[in-house]
Design a protein around this ligand. Sequence first.
Ligand code: SPV
Ligand code: MG
Length: 433
Amino acid sequence: MILKTVYTCFCTDMLHEGHMNIIHEAMKYGQVIVGVLSDEAMVRFNRFPALEFEERVNMIKRIQGVSDVVIQNEIMYDSIIRKLHPDYVIHGDNWKEEPMKAIRDNVEKLLEAYGGQIIDVPYTYSENTRRMEMRTREKLRMPEYRRKRLKRLLKLCPIVKALEVHSGLTGLIAEKTIVAGDGELDQFDAMWISSLCDSTAKGKPDIELVDATSRFRTIDDVMEVTTKPVIFDGDTGGLTEHFVYMVRSLERMGVSAVIIEDKAGLKKNSLFGTEVAQTQDSIEHFCEKIAAGKRIQLTDEFMIIARIESLILEQGMGDALRRARAYRAAGADGIMIHSRKKEPDEVLAFCDMFRREDQDTPIVVVPSSFHSITEAELMRHGVNIVIYANQLTRSAFPAMEQTAKDILKYHRALEAEDRLLPIKDIITLIDEL
Ligand code: SPV
Ligand code: MG
């Protein structure tokens, strides 16, 4: 008699009774093959793994009753099912809910084609598994684990997606939002602590007025409730003598990267462009600042990214490229090129030209004005990090303002209620320890 095959994919870095239950059930149907989800797929679907991939494979290999361990490279099961042709795919029944339902639908369709079957096992909710998950998340928040994650993600992701955050709450949105679309699951990889939005949240203009102590407080609020890596908007970095302190503090906190822009004097937001007086720093002086930051940093993990304002200040492509070369030579770990044009053409032209001479240095872009560009297009032009720098704040403001207006208008809150998060949800939004 040929033994039937049962396949399950584990996207985990810790085994608990729920996994054991699945194996136990699977063994009743035939020989059990377990897939280990690759790091690349795991960061799209779940949090960053706390164990190296090989350790996760070995952990699964040690489970009694597992006949074979294979690697599953994608969240969706197309390739693996085509390869293994299992008689059954077994999973906890929590995948009937969003966003995992997209995966179950995918498996169902694939199995239907040849008469395979899904086995849904009641999901094991227990206090023990909840605690284990909490502990792992706490560990991932520690500076020594978090700091290096951006460099890891740059290797794992075709493009790293960062979302602006300025509080614990917005941090939670960046941390937890997962969507299923185009037959895939997706989430943000990193967080951007924007000077514009951090200042705006405090009711202050974006002119380096909010001091470092206050900005670090924002980082701490965000870090307390998230695990994703942080990219800090360091504005101009201030005086070189001050910038070195900034680098030291950020590195100690577990921030992964600081981006400093090559402006001098009173900094105004770049999206004003030449409508306000803004001075670009000299190449020599800005290079000294970068080099001083690189000298002071203690780990190989921290990144100092140089932001070029030549296109914003209409200094031309030649100037932008000259600066990119110089900043790189001074030790910058990445280049951010910024533009306020509605079309992405000048940013893409820069990326193409820079990539012709440098294939490795990460390129960062912030498509606020040229917002029609897709991540796929940016990737094609060699962009490594895309920052959605202010959309969360810009979406919250009109929503809050409308609610305030409605309450004033109707002298009660009823008319606003339809658009509000239900009270039941707001009181359970934040997990307790
Ligand atoms: C920020 O988010 O603060 C930035 C990006 O620096 S921009 O506002 O486009 O200058
Ligand atoms: Mg800024």
